[in-house]
Design a protein around this ligand. Structure first.
Ligand code: NAD
Ligand code: IPM
Ligand code: MN
Length: 347
């Protein structure tokens, strides 16, 4: 029997609930499809940090390298550990170390879910650059605490980094409706963003079957709300992609539905799958976190592993569940009830 080894990192807050939920759906789907999934759970989190002084052990990255994929819940417990410590100690280093340069985030309405917009027929795939740009981590602070203090944080855009994410975007657009929106702010940022626009224009002739349009990020943000059905694939830098995908989550009904895949397209290291949302301290321990974003991310993981039928079955089961009005209103159905409905719909 085919078998896949999965590293589970539930993390903090509702991360624990949604990973347990997604794992039970994944196990049920694997059983139906006739392959095996084995889980190795890592307790890396803010609690782990409080106990050990690290978000993950020194050899954490090497430990993860041997797995077929990573499924992560959410990291962050700002009341006890600063986000700048927790995210830079676990989530962000994994994305970088495993060259998961393409962060894929689908935004569409599931049946039965009412978003805040009148438009219902949108289906947007955001591709977010995931290893450099505004998240490069280059910078520093000098004269700390004095009136002369200076804080510098430099975005780094490399030709290799921009070309590979744009190529990835073109390929995704080619496989879908053939439209690519390339997002910058080149009217204000005249080096990095002009560079991105130039590379967009340079790569366009290599993809004659894709219509590419460059947008400024402010205009694109408005377009996602005013005319989401005019968009197909959106490709953006790390920070712009982060912000736009919370808009994407909002128009698809909320963060509880927004899935994400951190892909290493070369398969030289494991890819990581996680919901877009965080640890939601405001609802942690209430048992009402919506697990659908993480279940959907789990389906993306199976698709990446080559188990397309099982991935499709999970999405059909999720759609059947929300189609029956389960998991469609925030806080109405418990995490466990939504999960049980999805598992039942699998059979
Ligand atoms: P958040 O995504 O945790 O929560 C924002 C709002 O959405 C909250 O009101 C929350 O209750 C709601 N929400 C989120 N997920 C939900 C779900 N599955 N079901 C129902 N409601 C849901 O964002 P935040 O409050 O800005 O961040 C909290 C912590 O999470 C911080 O430490 C932050 O840095 C971290 N964070 C981590 C990740 C990640 O690990 N990938 C992503 C975003 C934020
Ligand atoms: C996301 C999150 C992270 C990001 C944070 C927690 C560092 O917001 O995955 O969208 O900005 O990438
Ligand atoms: Mn985000």
């Amino acid at each position: 029997m085919k078998s896949y080894s999965i590293a589970l990192i539930p993390g903090d807050g509702i991360g624990r609930d949604v990973i347990a939920a997604a794992w039970s759906v994944l196990e049920a789907a694997a059983k139906h499809a006739g392959f095996a999934l084995t889980a190795t759970e890592f307790p890396w989190s803010c609690k782990f940090y409080k106990e050990t002084g690290r978000m993950m052990p020194e050899d954490g990255i090497e430990t993860l390298r041997g797995f077929d994929a990573i499924l992560l819940g959410a990291i962050g417990w700002p009341a006890e550990v600063p986000d700048s410590v927790s995210l830079h100690g676990l989530l962000l280093p994994i994305r970088k170390a495993f060259v998961q340069y393409a962060n894929i985030r689908p935004h569409r309405l599931l049946p039965g879910v009412t978003g805040p917009l009148r438009a219902e027929s949108f289906d947007i795939l955001c591709i977010r650059e995931n290893t450099e740009g505004e998240y490069s981590g280059a910078g520093g602070r000098v004269h700390q605490g004095t009136q002369d203090e200076v804080a510098v944080e430099t975005s780094i855009f490399t030709r290799a980094g921009v070309e590979r994410i744009l190529r990835f975007g073109f390929e995704q657009a080619r496989a879908r409706r053939g439209k690519l929106a390339s997002v910058t702010k080149s009217n204000a940022q005249k080096y990095s963003m002009v560079f991105w626009d130039e590379i967009t224009r340079k790569l366009a002739p290599e993809h004659p079957d894709v219509t590419v349009t460059s947008y400024h990020v402010d205009a694109l943000a408005a377009r996602m709300i005013m005319a989401p059905d005019s968009l197909d694939v959106v490709v953006a830098s790390n920070l712009f992609g982060d912000i736009l995908t919370d808009i994407g989550a909002a128009i698809q009904g909320g963060l509880g539905y927004a899935a994400s895949a951190n892909i290493n397209p070369d398969r030289s290291a494991p890819s990581m799958f996680e919901p877009v949302h965080g640890s939601a301290p405001d609802i942690a321990h209430l048992g009402i976190a919506n697990p659908i974003a993480t279940i959907w991310s789990g389906a993306m993981m199976l698709e990446h592993l080559g188990e397309k039928d099982a991935a499709g079955r999970i999405m059909k089961a999720v759609e059947a569940t929300t189609g029956r009005g389960i998991g469609t209103i925030a806080g109405k159905d418990k995490t466990d009830a939504i999960t049980a409905a999805v598992v039942a719909a699998l059979s």
